[in-house]
Design a protein around this ligand. Structure first.
Ligand SMILES: NC(=O)c1ccc[n+]([C@@H]2O[C@H](COP(=O)([O-])OP(=O)(O)OC[C@H]3O[C@@H](n4cnc5c(N)ncnc54)[C@H](OP(=O)(O)O)[C@@H]3O)[C@@H](O)[C@H]2O)c1
Length: 335
């Protein structure tokens, strides 16, 4: 079978035998992968995503079909359609550093860029029939993170305003979940074309942050100078100060991202204090959150926004494209 390895900050396709399973494991024939910003950071060795040696299999998220079962596997049958989990050790309950270990496609474990992948039965979930393999592959990292931020760790009520920064994978899921909760949604983007698309998806207000340096003032105007109730902060670094200007008193900023690996910034601590802002770090989400997200999505028949699907043979190109930020939503890979 074909699989990819990261060698010298490039993805290289290699030929290897189909892996064996033990009695507790499941063999999955992969049908789709989806990329995240972190896959770009891992391949390029940026900050905490730097690998200690070559040979790691890239890509965190994927979906496929169960083709072989260990004798002790009880939760799955041959032919089941399953997707991966972003942090398989975090099954439920409070997050701990230990539960975050072993996330696929990062410094701690191999990823899914292979025609066949072995999973522990606890490391996959079935997904509803209305979703395609490509849809299901889009969910583990970006979908669950956005669900965690907007639904599980917010105090939002219908009518509250939510600011979505950018139109990448996490941001569009966050927008869809905020709309699902009946919130008023403001989206910023560097592209008018992408803003036209988010309006079609239901966003109430849009601002081009590249064209309008005063985009923070525009957010304040839209909210009658109150500021928004919740922000999905995916950029990180000094950008958090811009979010602090847009948040209302007592509002919550979900600190999700570090675009291009920027992990540090100066902070206006007075603004945090005067506005009694809740800054809530968000680190992906558990298997239980993933299942609750699937249940909510199924009720609404919500589908992820997939910008473009590359062939498995074009993984390197797709990862470069992910880093360019040109996408609207998710980039998929088909087999
Ligand atoms: N904490 C977690 O658990 C977690 C999980 C998933 C992702 N993340 C992080 O969240 C971030 C987003 O990930 P992703 O996979 O959704 O990325 P992505 O699909 O590559 O999206 C990136 C988008 O961010 C927007 N952007 C970039 N620079 C910006 C700026 N200066 N101001 C405003 N918007 C800007 C752009 O939107 P426009 O093109 O519309 O301008 C760009 O398309 C990354 O930093 C990633 O590492 C964290």
């Amino acid at each position: 079978m074909k699989k990819y390895e990261i060698q010298q900050n490039r993805v290289v396709m290699v030929d290897v035998p189909v892996p064996e399973i033990n009695e507790h494991q499941v063999l999955v024939k992969m049908h789709a992968l989806a990329l995240n910003h972190r896959d770009y950071l891992v391949v390029n060795g940026v900050t905490r995503w730097k690998l200690s040696e070559d040979g790691r299999v890239p890509v965190a998220d994927g979906a496929g079909e169960v083709v072989k079962l260990g004798r002790s596997v009880t939760e799955f049958a041959l032919g089941d359609k399953v997707s991966s989990l972003i942090v398989p050790n975090w099954q439920d309950g409070e997050m701990t550093p230990a539960k975050l270990q072993g996330s696929p496609g990062g410094p701690g474990a191999d990823g899914l860029a292979a025609e066949y992948v072995v999973f522990e039965q606890s490391a996959i979930v079935k997904f509803p029939q209305y979703l395609s393999y490509q849809d299901a592959a889009a969910l583990p990292c970006a979908g669950v993170t956005a669900w965690n931020a907007i639904v599980e760790n917010s105090h939002l009520i219908p009518g509250d305003s939510v600011l979505i920064i950018g139109t990448g994978g996490v941001s569009l899921f966050a927008m869809q979940f905020a709309l699902m909760m009946g919130c008023e949604v403001i989206v910023t983007s560097s592209s008018d074309e992408k803003l036209t698309q988010v309006r079609k998806l239901g966003a109430h207000h849009t601002i081009n942050y590249k064209k309008h340096e005063d985009w923070v003032e525009q957010v304040m105007q839209i909210t009658n100078q109150k500021g928004v109730a919740h922000i999905a902060e995916v950029v990180g670094g000094n950008h958090l100060n811009e979010s602090l200007k847009c948040i209302r008193s007592g509002g919550t900023i979900s600190q999700i991202g570090a675009i291009q690996g920027v992990v540090e910034g100066a902070l206006d601590t007075a603004e945090i204090m005067y506005k009694a802002v809740n800054i809530k770090g968000v680190e992906v989400g558990s298997k239980a959150m993933h299942k609750r997200m699937l249940r909510a999505m199924q009720v609404q028949l919500m589908k992820p926004v997939i910008h473009q699907v590359f062939d498995f043979s074009e993984l390197g190109e797709a990862i470069d494209y992910q880093g360019s930020g040109g996408q609207f939503g998710k980039i998929g890979i088909s087999f």
